[in-house]
Write a protein that binds this ligand. Structure first.
Ligand SMILES: [Zn+2]
Length: 143
């Protein structure tokens, strides 16, 4: 999934679980694997991976800034967003630079059943996940 989707999931887990921080961190990072199983569309297979990579990067950063500055979430809870997306950082940096990434995280290995879908369904699924996460973040009231 896009990095920003993993960021939202990490933030939602942090908002709902809150503590202990080590458990929140394990759940945020661990959530990356099941999310990569869900059929989705990755921009790395698109005609414009550099542009989509920048959209993903800016959307993730904007989300973190809103959580920190607008919602006033504690920074250690906000840090769970990037932690959840961290396994994709090699993919994101390669996309922005226009190259191929080395896949070090298990859910990115060739033998992992990485979920794939066309753009319409594959983006729709990710928008739905983000929407659920926004509800979870607001319901969890981590601020
Ligand atoms: Zn991933």
């Amino acid at each position: 999934m896009w990095v920003v989707v993993h960021v939202y999931v990490g933030l939602a887990i942090a908002a709902l679980v809150k503590e202990p921080v080590w458990l929140v961190a394990v759940l945020a990072l661990g959530s990356h694997v099941p999310l990569d199983l869900i059929p989705h569309w990755d921009y790395t297979v698109s005609r414009h991976p550099i542009a989509w990579g920048w959209v993903d990067f800016v959307a993730g950063c904007a989300t973190l800034l809103v959580c920190l500055l607008v919602l006033g979430m504690p920074w250690w809870l906000v840090a769970m967003g990037p932690l959840s997306g961290a396994p994709d950082f090699d993919v994101l940096m390669a996309a922005i630079r226009g190259g191929e990434a080395r896949h070090w995280f298990p859910s990115h290995w060739d033998r992992f059943p990485h979920g794939k879908a066309g753009p319409l369904l594959g983006v729709g699924v990710q928008v739905a996940v983000v929407a659920l996460c926004i509800v979870a973040i607001l319901a969890g009231r981590p601020y």
